[in-house]
Design a protein around this ligand. Structure first.
Ligand code: SF4
Length: 434
């Protein structure tokens, strides 16, 4: 979601006549689009702002902007701590960025941390990294209250976009040559709860959206992130299986394998239900890859709880996992829990989880060797003349050839590491397998 907003921030500034630069000394405006999920991101912001202070002293015309979740969370505290920041713009106020900059130029430091979204950031101009793929926001905000999570505080309640607006955006993207889209929502499964289909009282479902968007001409790949295991429904599996452009990959956040910890996290599913969903998804969509998020060291987590997580990780056989050490975020309920797990215990558990997941990721990657897949070229590789490409299952493949970004090719997998594959180009098969 932050990357999506960054594209909009860059798009707004470029539409106003600015050009991007890598050279800080050349910059007229510097924007930090911030994340508040972990404490580390917060520390980095203030470190970076400190580094900019001498530059601002030398060049008072430089405008410094702090945007995003930390801006929404810390509000006036940012300019109190770093008075050389010109604009603080929260997650709902992006459309006001240019006005805020203009006012700051005239009247000094400005802040807009309004609490509700009037204009979806998707309606703003975007400067994208690639011209062949795009993020499409469908429902920013979240109505859940996971006790570790700051998102509801900084992004507000869920607000679904009208299905017609989403379809119009994707059609426009397709006309401009975009072939892959990723639908974005904090909880895509509850998309549509708060809107109705025009001319009817019924509510659009995420499965409907997948089918409609997946049928748009020119869109060859549809991805989405993230579903919530509690709100997941069988019709989404059917839509994924029956819509050929929907890729065979799902990011399915587990967070913990312990029912007791899930309850403390206020995640309203349990391990058996989670594993049951994975079984159904894999049965309906053969070859699908599964990634997940796991938090280690949530307050009160015992060794038995952690063993339960390792057990689910082993059973689930995730292709990849984003693993996090729990970090208390002020403003969340879990930050107030008295039984925080000591740092060294969290680190030791985290290391064990990594070893297990690396082994599983490597096993699953090795199982791809010898098979052929369609890949989408993303850009130049890092070593020698090569490209980095991606399978429909979201696996990175390094191919020792020179191909333009945004082109499709077929590769046979020749090597595997835990986080990437290597492959060689092969002709497209007559019968497509995934
Ligand atoms: S579902 Fe939970 S973890 Fe995800 S954004 Fe909402 S509150 Fe945060």
């Amino acid at each position: 979601m932050n990357e999506h907003d960054s594209e909009r921030i860059a798009g707004l500034l470029m539409a106003d006549g600015l050009t991007p630069t890598e050279d800080l000394d050349q910059a007229g405006v510097v924007v930090f689009n911030t994340c508040a999920i972990r404490e580390n991101a917060e520390n980095r912001l203030y470190g970076n702002l400190g580094h900019l202070k001498p530059l601002k002293d030398r060049n008072p015309a430089l405008r410094i902007v702090v945007a995003g979740c930390l801006a929404q969370k810390d509000q006036g505290a940012i300019q109190a701590r770093a008075p050389w920041v010109d604009v603080v713009v929260g997650t709902h106020a992006l459309p006001q960025l240019l006005d805020l900059l203009a006012t700051a130029e005239r009247d000094g430091p400005q802040m807009d941390v309004s609490e509700s979204t009037e204009v979806f950031p998707s309606a703003l101009p975007a400067a994208r990294h690639d011209d062949f793929r795009a993020w499409v926001s469908i429902a920013p905000g979240c109505d859940n209250a996971c006790t570790f999570c700051i998102v509801p505080l900084v992004r507000g309640p869920q607000r679904s976009r009208a299905i017609g607006d989403i379809v119009a955006e994707v059609q426009g993207l397709a006309r401009r040559g975009v072939i892959e889209i990723t639908l974005l929502g904090q909880n895509v499964n509850t998309y549509g709860r708060d809107v109705t289909v025009p001319g009817s009282s019924s509510r659009p479902l995420f499965a409907d959206l997948l089918r409609v968007v997946g049928a748009i001409e020119g869109i060859r790949r549809v991805r989405f992130t993230s579903p919530h295991p509690h709100d997941f429904t069988p019709d989404v599996i059917d839509a994924m299986a029956e819509t050929s452009s929907v890729c065979e990959h799902i990011h399915f956040p587990l967070q913990s394998g312990s029912d007791r910890v899930l309850k403390a996290m206020q995640r309203s599913y349990r391990r058996d239900r989670y594993l049951g969903w994975l079984e159904r998804i894999r049965a309906a969509i053969p070859g699908i890859a599964v990634s997940t998020d796991i938090i280690v060291g949530f307050p009160t987590e015992t060794e038995d709880d952690f063993q339960a997580t390792l057990d689910v990780v082993e059973r689930a056989g995730f292709d990849s996992a984003y693993t996090f050490q729990y970090s208390p975020r002020p403003g969340t309920r879990a930050a107030g829990f008295v039984e925080q797990v000591p740092k060294e215990v969290v680190q030791e558990r985290f290391d064990r989880l990594l070893v297990l997941q690396e082994r599983i990721s490597l096993d699953r990657a090795r199982a791809q060797v010898g098979h052929a897949f369609e890949v989408l070229v993303e850009g130049a590789g890092k070593r020698g003349p090569s490209v980095q490409a991606r399978t429909r299952t979201n696996r990175i493949v390094h191919v020792p050839d020179e191909l333009d970004p945004g082109t499709f090719a077929w590769t046979r997998i020749t090597g595997a590491a835990a986080h990437y594959l290597t492959g060689e180009l092969v002709p497209a098969p007559d019968v497509i397998t995934v």
